[in-house]
Design a binder for this molecule. Sequence first.
Ligand SMILES: [Zn+2]
Length: 240
Amino acid sequence: MNADLERLIALQKLDNTADAARKQLASEPDHERALEARLEAARQEVAAAKDRVAVNKSARAALEKDVAVQQGRLSKFREQAMAVKTNQEYHAIQHEITFAQTEVKKIEDSILVASLKAAEGKLAAETKAVDADRKTMKTAHSEMEAALERIVAERSSLVGSLDKHVLTTFEAVSRKRNGVAVAEARDGICTICHVRLRPQVFNTVRRNDQIVQCDSCNRILFFVPVKTAAAAADAPQPAS
Ligand SMILES: [Zn+2]
């Protein structure tokens, strides 16, 4: 293979890897915001459940206070031996006590306490998951930074050994074609722009001995020779 063509293929591979790493790094703030939103939603669920428990508790306390007041009135009646004279009032108070006690039972808060526990459990699980995700993101971040440093070094060495004219072509196409200046030609077609190459162009590309550009997208073309029968038999076969 033409040495410059081989370098261009390597250069494109480096550019693709670097591009993917930069995109990944750029997406980190969005990822972090999404994680924080998950935590915030779980925190709000806990706060809402706590509020419901607190509201319930104060309603319960008010009713219990009412029961106590009525019971106080009852014992006062008993002490003053007025029960017989004011029998009707006595029964009215008893009725009020029964009513208040029933109400207290109605606002039993065990269900609310259980839902608070569930919300707290979910918050704990989300915190754990988000922490793990952040740890993974941090590791990936350092790996990508290191990879980018290596790529910069490898790239400058490759660029240094390239023919200046070939490099200029590569850079011009790369700028124009979203960072992808090299394309494989397969079955007579440029695999990136999918335009069929003229037969004599494809024949030249098949030899991999010179720099040939796609007539349509201008990308620099290379050809991957078909594997020998033995090598193909060893390789896993694609499904289609
Ligand atoms: Zn093309």
